[in-house]
Design a protein around this ligand. Sequence first.
Ligand code: SF4
Length: 162
Amino acid sequence: MAIKQTKTTEKNQKTQTQKLKVEKSLSQRKEIKKVSAQSAKNNVTNKTTTQTRHMICIMCPMGCSLTVKVDGENVEVTGNGCNRGVVFAKEEVTCPKRIVTTSVKTEHGVRSCKTTAPIPKNLIFDCVKEVEKLRLKDVKYGDIIIKNVLGTGVDVVVTANC
Ligand code: SF4
């Protein structure tokens, strides 16, 4: 009889331990779900909050320190000495552009060249590759060596004489 009671007690203890394990696992899962939900909520919140960027205006030697606040499509610029800084900052946060300077191979050696206007930053390396493909005879200062490079509407011109 005593042996039977002991077995029953052991069985009850095992069942209770298993119950506790299940409860613990459930509470852990609930906690993970809660944290995930909070994290997702934070991500959504971050997308809608204002971003602040600091940059130097490169439009003239003054080099004004610009503070740019981007809130969706609204761009607010401060620190600019003139309106060109605003134009620069807005372009910098939407579609940054740069003038590309590189060199072209000719029969008389290598000559420097550059784009006549800034092109999108993501096209800089492709533009350099286009210039690298060229092997020119005679070139002089101002010659257009690539017209409308990569469909940008910008030309590449020579900036030095042979
Ligand atoms: S904001 Fe105007 S003054 Fe300042 S660096 Fe740019 S172009 Fe020059």
